[in-house]
Write a protein that binds this ligand. Sequence first.
Ligand code: URP
Ligand code: ZN
Ligand code: ZN
Length: 456
Amino acid sequence: MKKILFKGGTVVSSKGIRHADVLVSGEKIVAVGRRLAADAQEVDVSGKLIFPGFIDAHTHFDLEVSDTVTADNFDTGSKSAVAGGVTTIVDFATQNKGETLSDALNNWHIKAFANSSCDYAFHMAVSDWREDIRAELPAMFEQGVTSFKVYMIYDAMELNDREIYEIMAELKKYGGIVGCHCENSGIIGKLREEAISRGDTAPANHPKTRPDYTEAEAVRRFLTIAKAADAPCIVVHLSTAEGYQEVIRARKNGVKVYAETCPQYLLLDDSVYSAPFDKSSKYICSPPLRKSEDNRALWEALKHNQLNTISTDHCSFTLEQKRAGKDYFTKIPNGMPGVETRAVLMYTYGVKKRRISLQQMCAYLSENPARLYGMYPKKGAVKAGSDADIVIFDPKQSGVISAAKSHSACGYDPYEGVKTVGRIDKVFLRGRLVYSGGEVVLEHSGRYIARGKYNL
Ligand code: URP
Ligand code: ZN
Ligand code: ZN
């Protein structure tokens, strides 16, 4: 069995940082400690940080949506992931109306199989709640799908409160957990219609027709449903200060609620939407970018450990695809890339700006998603017995984000030209070097990860 000894680095976990060597044998970490010696290939990592492989628990690769398909499939998306230090993604197997959950899961296995350069798991996005779907749930758990997403908006996906309640109550029986896209569909639908009929068709109308209270109302309603069902839940891609207040309120009322945010809701704001179409359309995502006050409130929440994960909602479309909405902002496919830049952005604008600690960065990007999505300690830890998913991070390097260097098929980067501190130096996936020197050096070695129950 091949052995690798990482010498002289600083190992990061949610609990602390320590100088330690890490010994890997085959696919597993076998020892972490001072002055380890072994008959192994030595990798000098002095001056570098050793993180457990990052986990992006919110990606959309190869998703058919808005009459098109995301620019990144599992091939390009997962290469972009490993270049960002991500060794595991949790993508959304998405049930189209009329399909079974098994159909959706098989479709996603076909998309990912032999194409992924990082390990992958699936949430199940439910769009059609029926009695036969209820009966399928045990089979999902048997196949390692233990988290589910429901949408309060989007014609193709939207469920009503009763359906969401039923799903939550049913999943609770199996130890499952439900994440929700919280936006008020009725108000947003009406505001969009009004904007179009006034001739307000430019991208700047996207955030105007999705005001922050439409997220906050939906968060409150979702958490009311969770309370009624007495079920644990996740508010995904939380974007507003007002929505965050609803999370806090519900926790005080005894709701077991976890919350995820994304770099775009921490670092970008709605001022970008006043730019000409080819620039502003790149930032059309839902929920939309908000105000700098919202950015600040979410950083503050992270500082105080009140949010649980930072994922990306990587859902990329080329500029050509975005141009489908040239005449009507409502036709712009929603989403942006992010899987490749998350870690370095969180290090630069989180850790270096002292908004979060290094330990918190590790928790938000690796350990917490591993626990919340039933993969810990196989994933999310640099510990004896864990998978040897290892990110060697060089804090002394700096860089500039540029689409030209990106591995995504998107063709642009929302953070183009942004200066960063720290660099992903090397990435190991189950003991094998997959990324080094700015290149993916081993492709398509990702495996499906059947997950256990949430445990955070
Ligand atoms: O605009 C976004 N976020 N698109 C991805 C789908 C979703 O709602 O997460
Ligand atoms: Zn969503
Ligand atoms: Zn999403």
